[in-house]
Structure formats: structure tokens, C-alpha cells
Design a protein around this ligand. Structure first.
Ligand code: S3P
Length: 166
């Protein structure tokens, strides 16, 4: 069984994924990091250079590839729910999808403090970024086998909560 962490940018998917994999004795793969290694460029530069549709194609191919490795916790990029191929992959019976659900205020606060400016945050005004968050909430909800709210919880607390549900 593979575990897939989904959720908006800044929800803490990578940190929680690392801790969760440790806890469960599974491998860990960060999908964005796998893309970086594949294309030899950091995400913001690559995303801006090739544009969102090409980025999504590569993201879907990489997700299919990383899912070939069994017993892995995979943290995804916030946009995996934008691609039908990715949604089909996360609907597979051998994939358990966990949505880390964070409030809009929590994610924007975290993203503004992050080292890497997310390309999609740069491209949107605050109100259209909010609309993107709102639209995606519906998609994450549709794809999730389990939803965990993350606001004001430590990664450790989130992992404990996930453990109790597995
Ligand atoms: C994206 C999220 C990013 C990264 C890319 C696109 C998105 O990952 O994949 O910038 O569309 O939400 P994080 O969710 O890790 O920030």
C-alpha cells in the first residue's frame, strides 16, 4: 500500500510525509523533489519556463513512476488534483490518499515566509489565489480517503492523528 499526501501549497505535506514514513517504516518520496531531479531545475524556474500544462504532464508521469515503488509515503505538489491522470492514479485501490487540510490564512502565512516563492502565488492576486484554494478544496475532498485538519497542529500531532486512523 502506498500513502499519498495531498493538500494545498504550504499545508505541510513534505514535513508530515517524512515523519509519517519514518513512523510507519515506509520509504519516502517528495514528488516535487523527484521532478527537480528529473528535470535538473528547481520548481519555480522550471514551472515558469515550461508553463503549467507541461509541468502538469511531467508531474503526472513522475507520479505514475514513483507509485511503482511499493510501501512508500509520497508527498505531492498541491496541483496534483488538477490532472485527470493523477486523479486516476490516486483512486487506485493500492493507494491511500490523505488530505492535509489547512485554512487559507495558514497557508498564505506559511507561503509568504517560505524560501521558494510558489509560482502560482506570484501569478495570482490574493483574491484569485483564494478562489484557487476554494476550488481545490472541493477536489481534495473528492479524492481523499482521509482528511486531517492541520491548523495549529505540530507535524508530530498530525502524524499521531494519521496513525490512529490507519
Ligand atoms: C503547485 C504546488 C507546488 C509545486 C508547484 C505547483 C500547485 O508544490 O508543485 O509550484 O499547483 O499547487 P507544493 O504544494 O509542495 O507547494
Amino acid at each position: 500500500m502506498n500513502i499519498l499526501l495531498i493538500g494545498f501549497m504550504g499545508a505541510g505535506k513534505t514535513t508530515v510525509g517524512q515523519e509519517l514514513s519514518h513512523d510507519l517504516g515506509k520509504h519516502f518520496i517528495d514528488l516535487d523533489q523527484a521532478i527537480v531531479e528529473h528535470v535538473g531545475q528547481r520548481i519555480p524556474a522550471f514551472f515558469s519556463q515550461v508553463g503549467e500544462p507541461t509541468f502538469r504532464e511531467i508531474e503526472a508521469k513522475m507520479l505514475a513512476k514513483v507509485l511503482e515503488q511499493p510501501d512508500t509515503v509520497i508527498s505531492t505538489g498541491g496541483g496534483v488534483i488538477e490532472t485527470q491522470i493523477c486523479m486516476d492514479l490516486m483512486s487506485r485501490p493500492d493507494v491511500f490518499t490523505i488530505w492535509l487540510n489547512s485554512d487559507f490564512s495558514t497557508v498564505t502565512e506559511r507561503l509568504l515566509m517560505a524560501d521558494d516563492m510558489r509560482p502560482l502565488m506570484q501569478q495570482h492576486s490574493l483574491s484569485s489565489f483564494f478562489k484557487l484554494w476554494q476550488n481545490r478544496q472541493v477536489k481534495y475532498a473528492r479524492m481523499a480517503d482521509l482528511m486531517i485538519t492541520t491548523d495549529s497542529k505540530t507535524p508530530n500531532e498530525i502524524v499521531d492523528e494519521i496513525d490512529r486512523h490507519l
